[in-house]
Design a protein around this ligand. Structure first.
Ligand SMILES: [Zn+2]
Length: 120
């Protein structure tokens, strides 16, 4: 446990994750609110546009839900004391990797090895 992140560093990460989590909750609430108010009569052009918008919105929503889940998991991992520590080699996962994947459970090297062996 000697090279683990300090409690202060973890607290800061957790605060940032909580802020991001709130942002995402707001955005996701807005996305579903827009969907409901979109029920007006449209001509064919509007319908084509709105189906494009709808699929854009759906993929945006998917991405946000995906990120939201990662954040929930990461916060959970902070609470459990497993955040940012590779579960295979027990080394710290790089900040860069954690900024992209806050709930990463492996460092890049172990992740690559894991994927090469077929993911199990
Ligand atoms: Zn590792």
């Amino acid at each position: 446990m000697s090279d683990n992140r300090s409690a202060a560093a973890l607290k800061k990460v957790k605060e940032e994750l909580l802020v991001r989590k709130l942002e995402l909750e707001e955005q996701l609430a807005n996305l579903s609110a827009e969907k409901v108010s979109d029920g007006q009569v449209q001509d064919a052009g509007d319908q084509a546009l709105s189906s494009v918008m709808e699929s854009l919105r759906a993929s945006l929503q998917d991405a946000e839900i995906g990120e939201y889940k990662m954040i929930i998991k990461a916060i959970d991992m902070i609470d459990q004391g497993t955040y940012g520590i590779c579960e295979d080699c027990s080394k710290n996962i790089s900040e860069k990797r954690l900024s992209l994947i806050p709930n990463a459970v492996r460092c890049l090297i172990c992740q690559e090895a894991f994927e090469e062996t077929g993911g199990q």
